[in-house]
Design a protein around this ligand. Structure first.
Ligand SMILES: [Zn+2]
Ligand SMILES: [Zn+2]
Length: 254
């Protein structure tokens, strides 16, 4: 009881010294401690209402069931059952994704992750959705050297926001990145697939047998990274993998 009172007093004192501000626009927040976005930024980040393919998260004319797929993914072998995003990369989400890559963007990544969890719960509420069962969240890992240089991992911060909102464990060290990867954005589609092939491996730190695992990344582009991650988790015994990201890049990379 005393410790609860002490922690509330610390929170109140911190709010007085450093009033909470919106993680996106830095406007003062006249809301209780813990809320990270102002209502305007939250509405912008949530604003995408495009129907999407449930299998690859590309925008479509109608919402397509995950087992069917769209013209973009129908021919692709995917190790995950469904994919979800907050919107397209060529919108205001681009700024969110870029800021989330750096240490000062951690709160924004966390807030965006919480909104992504809301999107996943909306999808899970539709009958027979693969998103209905999520046992844990696994972020796409960064090679230790890159992590040291960057100082933050966007995927991990976003995944932390998702896991806290879904109230499931965050397994940050369930999969390791086995080598220093070239920047995916600088490569063609074929080279991206080759770049990440077998780059991810389950560490064995967690028992994954039979689990339904949500893989979280910042942007979904060619899906090469999430395909490689999904394969590593299935090889480690996962029953099902799912994918979620802040934004979907819709530009086709050849
Ligand atoms: Zn704001
Ligand atoms: Zn698709």
């Amino acid at each position: 009881m005393l410790s609860l009172l002490a922690s509330r007093l610390v929170t109140a004192a911190t709010d007085l010294l450093f009033p909470p501000t919106c993680a996106a626009c830095q406007a003062d927040l006249a809301t209780p401690h813990g809320v990270l976005l102002c209502s305007s930024c939250e509405a912008t980040i949530r604003s995408d209402t495009l129907p999407r393919c449930l299998r690859c998260a590309m925008p479509c004319r109608t919402i397509l069931q995950s087992s069917v797929g769209c013209s973009h993914c129908r021919e692709m072998k995917l190790p995950f059952a469904a994919a979800a995003v907050l919107g397209n990369y060529d919108t205001s989400l681009r700024a969110v994704v870029i800021r989330a890559k750096y240490p000062h963007g951690e709160q924004l990544a966390l807030a965006a992750g919480q909104l992504l969890a809301d999107r996943i719960q909306e999808l899970a509420a539709r009958g027979d959705s693969p998103f209905a069962t999520i046992d844990a969240v696994v972020p796409v890992p960064m090679h230790w050297l890159k992590r040291m240089v960057r100082g933050a991992s966007a995927a991990e911060s976003i995944a932390r926001g998702v896991a806290s909102r879904l109230n499931v464990p965050l397994l940050s060290s369930a999969v390791g990145c086995t080598r220093f990867l070239a920047k995916q954005g600088s490569l063609s589609q074929r080279k991206r697939a080759r770049n990440v092939r077998s780059a991810y491996r389950a560490t064995g730190q967690f028992e994954l047998t039979g689990a339904s695992l949500l893989i979280v990344d910042d942007v979904l582009t060619t899906l090469s990274t999430t395909i490689s991650m999904g394969k590593s988790l299935i090889a480690a015994g996962a029953a099902q993998t799912l994918v979620a990201g802040i934004a979907r890049s819709t530009s086709i990379v050849s």
